[in-house]
Design a protein. Structure first.
Length: 123
C-alpha cells in the first residue's frame, strides 16, 4: 500500500529540478513548472542524502515519499556506528524517530534520495 503523503498526490513528471540546497539541518528543493512557477519542497532535519549518476538531465520523472528506504537504513546505521548510540538512548535528536525518505527520479535514471524527519510542499 502506498504511503499517504501530499507529495505522493501530485504529478511531478516533466518538471525541472532547478536547485537542491542544504544547511546544517534542512534541505530545500526548487522545482520549476512549465509555466515557470516555482514549487519548493522542504526536508526538515535530514540525516542523509544520496545522488548518484547525475549527468545532463534535470527533468523529473517522479517524486515520492516513503516511510522506509535505503537512505534511511544507511543513515541510521552510520549515525549509530559513528556516535555509538545505544538502542533506546535519549539524545537531543532521537535516532529512532520514524523517518521518511523523499525519492526524486530524473528521466535519465538518476535518483536523489533524502532521509529526513519531515518533508512538505511550500506553495
Amino acid at each position: 500500500m502506498k504511503y499517504q503523503h501530499e507529495i505522493n498526490n501530485f504529478i511531478w513528471g516533466e518538471l525541472l529540478l532547478s536547485e537542491v540546497s542544504l544547511d546544517g539541518e534542512n534541505i530545500v528543493i526548487k522545482i520549476v513548472e512549465k509555466d515557470n512557477h516555482v514549487k519548493i519542497i522542504n526536508c526538515e532535519e535530514f540525516i542523509g542524502i544520496k545522488c548518484l549518476g547525475k549527468w545532463e538531465e534535470s527533468i523529473i520523472e517522479s517524486i515520492s515519499v516513503d516511510k522506509s528506504g535505503d537512505v534511511i537504513v544507511e543513515s541510521v546505521f552510520k549515525i549509530k556506528h559513528n556516535y555509538e548510540v545505544p538502542c533506546g538512548s535519549l539524545t537531543s535528536r532521537n535516532i529512532f524517530y520514524p523517518w521518511v525518505q523523499l525519492n526524486i527520479k530524473l528521466v535519465d535514471g538518476c535518483y536523489v534520495k533524502i532521509a529526513c524527519k519531515n518533508t512538505y510542499i511550500v506553495e
